[in-house]
Design a binder for this molecule. Sequence first.
Ligand SMILES: Cc1ncc(C[n+]2csc(CCOP(=O)(O)OP(=O)(O)O)c2C)c(N)n1
Ligand SMILES: [Mg+2]
Length: 378
Amino acid sequence: MADQKTKNDRKPGRRRPGFQMRISTRYAPRKPANGQERSCISDTSLKPAQMLELYRFLKLTRLVEERIVNLYRQTKVVGGVYRSLGQEATAVGSAYALRPDDFITPIIRDLGAVFVKGVRPREIFAQYMAKAWGPSGGKDLNVHFGYLDRGFIGPISHLGDMIPVMTGILLGARMQKKDIVGLAYIGDGGASTGAFYEGMNFAAVQKLPLVVIVEHNQYAYSTPTSMQTAVRNLAEKAAAFGIPGYIVDGNDVIACYEVTKQAVDHARSGRGAVLIEAKTYRRKGHAEHDDQRYVPDGEVEWWEKHNDPVDRLERFLIEQKVATKEKLDEITAAVQREIDEDSEWAESSPMPEAEGAVYGVFDNSIVPPAFRPKVLEN
Ligand SMILES: Cc1ncc(C[n+]2csc(CCOP(=O)(O)OP(=O)(O)O)c2C)c(N)n1
Ligand SMILES: [Mg+2]
C-alpha cells in the first residue's frame, strides 16, 4: 500500500483538473507564409452564394458607415458616430451563424450584425438623424433601438450590462421551452466590468445557451488593452467561469462564421455558454470626434494595408474562383444604389413631433391591472 500512488501525490505545480483551460486556437490569427497577403480560411462549410452574401454584408456595413460620416459632416446627424472600420468581419461572420429566431445584442461597433438580422440601411440613417421614421422615432440614437420580434435587443450604454440582460432572456426562453441561442457582443473594455462577470458566471452555472463575442479591438476609448487587463488573451477569462474559450481571427469573416457556428451548436445542444475572443483592430477613434493622437505612428496604416477584412475576403473569393472582380464590383454597385435610395428616404422623413417624446416609453400591458400606473398609452 505504502508505495501505491494516490491522487494527492501529484508533483507540486501540476495543474489540478478544475483549473484546466479549454481554449481552442484552431481559428486564431496566423501569420501568412512566405510574405503572402492574408486571405481567409478555406476549411468552410459555406456555399459560394453564402460567401457572396457575406461580402455584400461587409460592403454594406462599410459603405453605410461612410455615408453616415458624410451626413455627420453636413451636420445632419444627431449625436456621435461610432465606426467599425477594420473590424466589420467579426460582427458579420458571427451573426451569420445564427438562426432567424436566435437573439443578438450588439454594441456600437456591430452594425454588420444588425444588417444580418434584417434591419435595412434606411432605418439606420433615419435613426442617426433622429427622424420620425427611424426605429426609435428620434428618441434615441445609433444602434440604441431594438426589435424583439426580430430577435434584436437594443443595447443600453452601460458597458457589461447586456451580458446579464441576455442571460435573463435565455433563462426566460428556457422556461418557455424555446431552444434559442443568445449572441452577446462586448468590447475588451466592457469585459473588465463587474456586470460582465456576474452575467457570464450565472449563464455558465445555469448552462444557458449564451455565446459571448469579446471584440478585442485593442482600445477602449484611448486605453490600450494592456493597461486595463493582465491577461494576454481575453479568451483565458473563460476559465474563471468553467466554460470553453475560443480565439478567432476577427478579420477573417469565414473563420468568425465557423467558430461561432461551433459555439452556437455547443450552446443549443444544452452544453452551456461559450466565450469567443475575436482579435481585431479599431482603425478609427472611439467616435468621429476622436483624433486618435494616442495611437502610435503607423499602426492604423499597417492594419489598413495588411489586414483589412474586406480586402481579405475579396482576395479569397477571387483566389478560390468563387467570383470574378467584375462580379464583386456589381455587388458593390448594387449596395451603393441601395444606400443612395435609403439615405434619400431617411432625409425626406420629418423630424418627430415634440409631444411624441412622452409616448411609447412604458409598456403598461405587462403590469397587472391593480398596479397599473396612469401612463400615456401607445
Ligand atoms: C459602465 C460604463 N463605464 C464607462 C462607460 C463609457 N464608455 C463608453 S464606450 C467606452 C469604451 C468601450 O471600449 P470597449 O469595451 O473596448 O469597446 P469598443 O468601443 O472598443 O468597441 C467607455 C469607457 C460606459 N458606457 N459604461
Ligand atoms: Mg475595444
